[in-house]
Design a protein around this ligand. Structure first.
Ligand code: ADP
Length: 279
């Protein structure tokens, strides 16, 4: 069963129509059991993706502060083989990055064939934080939706499977998580006065996210709104969405492996034969 709706841009959305508490009627224990199975399946899928080398997988994670980007990466991607999997985190751009177009630093981090890359924040910051804090002129960020769509189309045409996740928490849940960090000495390192400040822009971010989701959801690079108040459901929903999106590729990846295997077997036979005739 699909837990998340695939947004393809056909219907404009409002975030208030998505319940951050949604859990598909499951309890935590059942959810964690299901996640275990999905993790095993994802690990097998990664092996196929890696070995076939025909596609890459790009996962984009966006969300407000405390929405759980790090936790999702740790839980959902943790079991994957790090050989073909990496995380790219995008922070405030450096002077060198700012001297280039906004996609310059992003393109360098996209996955090669057989690889998985998770974007922890992404090019969407350039129509989110940049818009909310007016870091560039209006017409500059407004033009970026088209640039993003063209860029993602280019990646998709080159064999990149793109899945984009917005981790959706409520304002109350964020407050609770920020307060928890202040109570827990092991979480002090996560404290940031900036998080409280960003929270005052909550409605501006809502508008910016809605525009990004509405303008940049395409069949080849869909967005998914992930109910993220319950961490276990957030993890389950993201894992399920990735596994389901990869299933249709498995057959062609297996066929590709068969072709590679047969080719190498024939090469070995030929080599052995040539050694015998040389004797
Ligand atoms: P995180 O919050 O992701 O764990 P940080 O605390 O280092 O990591 O925050 C990264 C910061 O970089 C965020 O505030 C984010 O909005 C900012 N950032 C990312 N990309 C851009 C960008 N293109 N322009 C301005 N700020 C950006």
């Amino acid at each position: 069963m699909a837990y998340l709706q695939k947004l393809t841009g056909a219907q404009p959305l409002k975030l208030r129509d998505f319940d951050p508490e949604f859990d598909a009627g499951l309890d935590k224990e059942t959810g964690e059991e299901k996640l275990k199975k999905l993790s095993a399946e994802l690990t097998r899928q990664q092996e196929l993706l890696y070995a076939a080398g025909t596609h890459s997988l790009l996962l984009v994670l966006q969300g407000r502060d405390t929405s759980g980007k790090d936790g999702t990466i740790k839980t959902v991607m943790g079991p994957l083989n790090s050989l073909g999997c990496q995380v790219a985190s995008f922070k405030v751009p450096t002077a060198e990055e700012l001297a280039h177009d906004f996609l310059w630093r992003i393109h360098q981090q996209t996955p090669g064939k057989g690889e998985i890359t998770i974007f922890n924040r992404s090019h969407y910051e350039d129509v989110l934080v940049v818009r909310v804090h007016k870091l560039v002129a209006d017409k500059v960020w407004r033009a970026r939706y088209d640039h993003i769509n063209a860029f993602e189309k280019l990646l998709a045409d080159a064999g990149t499977i793109i899945l984009k996740f917005y981790l959706h928490i409520s304002k109350d849940e964020q407050e609770q998580r920020l307060l928890e960090r202040e109570q827990d000495a092991t979480k002090y390192w996560k404290l940031s006065a900036g998080d409280w400040k960003e929270r005052t822009y909550w409605n501006d971010y809502t508008r910016a996210y809605e525009d990004a989701l509405n303008r940049c959801s395409t069949p080849h690079a869909p967005w998914f709104v992930v109910p993220a108040n319950k961490k276990w459901f957030r993890n389950l929903a993201v894992a399920e969405t990735i596994v389901s999106a990869l299933r249709p590729y498995e057959k062609q990846w297996r066929e590709k492996l068969e072709v590679i295997g047969q080719r190498e077997k024939a090469a070995i036979e030929e080599f052995k034969h040539s050694k015998v005739t040389q004797k």
